[in-house]
Ligand binder design. Sequence first.
Ligand SMILES: Nc1ncnc2c1ncn2[C@@H]1O[C@H](COP(=O)(O)OP(=O)(O)O)[C@@H](O)[C@H]1O
Ligand SMILES: [Mg+2]
Length: 244
Amino acid sequence: MGISTVVTSGKGGVGKSVFSVGLGRALAARGRRVLLIDGDAGLRSLDKMTGIEENLVFDIADVMHGRCAPIDAVYPCAMAEGLFLLPAPASVELSVTANMMKQLVPLLKKYYDHVILDSPAGLGTGFRASSSEADRAVVVCNPDPICVRGTGAVRNALEKMSVDEKWLVINRFQREFFETAAVYEDLDAVIDSTGIRLLGVIPEDFGLAGAFQNGKPAKANSFGMMAISRIAARLEGDMVPVSL
Ligand SMILES: Nc1ncnc2c1ncn2[C@@H]1O[C@H](COP(=O)(O)OP(=O)(O)O)[C@@H](O)[C@H]1O
Ligand SMILES: [Mg+2]
């Protein structure tokens, strides 16, 4: 039986989708079978980021409305053996509900070691659907006060939904930000303000972001992908130090 992880945030555009694909790739590189579920109905990202956009026929809404079997809407991603995607529908009208996910995710966990649910931003239907069957949550946050405040709101919402295992990932870390912006004294001040245990820190890395924007695998030895690989190891219980 696999484990389900929702990747979420309060504020949008913090790097949830980049992180979800990177994490999926890193776990697949560790020999796991990984299913990414794009929870962002209407906006979608993961079909483009995993390079399967052209081959798409069915999506999660087709599964939920009985137009196809789950396996018909699961696509292998060429960027990593063992990595698969269940895409989101193009229309927000076709979004899936928490009740639907409660049926689907336990079924999928029988076939994959990891089910990674890439949530839309905010605390609406898409967030609730993506989090409803999550065994744990990774909350992605950028080191800015608006994002940190949103992270607190997500932490509370996850608590209400009984997602007890919560981890923090700080994305787009730049040392210069702390030196010049003088908003937070250091990274510890950001982590403390969120009230969530730190899982890892991903640096600003245009190579990582650019590769996934083009549906290509980011270089395994890029700073961003190395940080995500360490996070994958930590999520699987390895004792890997957090390094910046
Ligand atoms: N570590 C990073 N370094 C540089 N750019 C990043 C990083 N993470 C994300 N980005 C960029 O930030 C933007 C938002 O990322 P995305 O994953 O789509 O966010 P979200 O899913 O939270 O809305 C994208 O342009 C992406 O390429
Ligand atoms: Mg996204």
